[in-house]
Write a protein that binds this ligand. Structure first.
Ligand code: GLP
Length: 241
């Protein structure tokens, strides 16, 4: 695991974006794994800028998002599909049919999980996977206790994660307690992984991920097993290393 420490969140986004820009330049038909949350937003803005400056085209790119709330339709403003449309896809020349997010409102969610794995395989696997980090060490929605070889499945969110994400929901709005998430095994299959973490609130999880034992109690520690993983931190997130 390569650890890169930058002075602030803007520099983290810039470093992460450069890895994505290099990947897309070298392989214009790359398969990208994408993440939601507030951390990747600045990186996505840099990709949009690169597209608008005609430095990059997404016309052959395929994407797979890590996770989605179970029970939210794609049009729901809190769904991760909606987030991706607003923060990235609507601003690029990417083909809508080439952007995949787990089907949170599928009639048969168990089948949707299996189908998602198959779709990733059919695309040739993920070349570059972007990750954020939960305060409890989760990646995607792989909460503590997730199997280290798990595949895409339904996962119950912990109280901590529900509380952390409550800021996105208004008081009278339904907040799902279940999700569909790529598994840790699915994430580890990506050929390269880039995890971004910023701010002091992530410092304990960062330390457990990098210095702690390989353990399902810190799902991100599974990245210790990956041959080509880069962790990009700001000084605050790195402060307990
Ligand atoms: C959610 C997402 C994760 C993300 C995490 C951290 O739980 N499922 O993929 O990494 O939030 O979010 P943030 O970047 O807002 O701290």
């Amino acid at each position: 695991m390569q650890v890169v420490i930058k002075p602030n969140a803007a520099a983290v986004a810039e470093y992460g974006a450069a890895i994505f820009i290099r990947q897309i330049t070298q392989k214009p038909n790359s398969v990208l794994g994408l993440a939601t949350g507030s951390t990747p937003v600045a990186l996505y803005q840099q990709l949009i800028n690169a597209y608008q400056n005609r430095k990059l085209s997404f016309s052959q790119i395929k994407t797979f998002n890590l996770d989605e709330y179970l029970g939210l339709a794609a049009e729901h403003p809190q769904s991760y599909r909606y987030f991706m449309q607003q923060q990235l896809f609507n601003h690029l020349d990417i083909k809508p049919e080439n952007t995949a997010v787990p089907a949170g409102s599928a009639a048969d969610p168990l089948k949707a999980c299996q189908d998602y794995e198959q779709q990733i395989l059919n695309a040739g696997g993920i070349d570059l996977q972007l990750l954020g980090l939960g305060r409890n060490g989760h990646i995607g929605f792989n909460e503590p206790s997730s199997g280290l070889r798990s595949r895409t499945r339904i996962k119950t969110l912990t109280k901590e994660t529900i509380a952390d994400n409550a800021r996105f929901f208004s008081a009278d709005e339904y907040q799902p307690h279940l999700s569909i998430t790529m598994g840790i095994g699915t994430i580890l299959d990506a050929r390269k992984v880039v995890l971004l973490a910023t701010g002091e609130s992530k410092a304990a999880a960062v330390t457990a991920m990098i210095e702690g034992p390989l353990s399902a109690s810190c799902p991100a520690s599974a990245l210790q097993l990956h041959q080509n993983a880069v962790v990009v931190l700001d000084e605050a997130a790195a402060s307990q290393l």
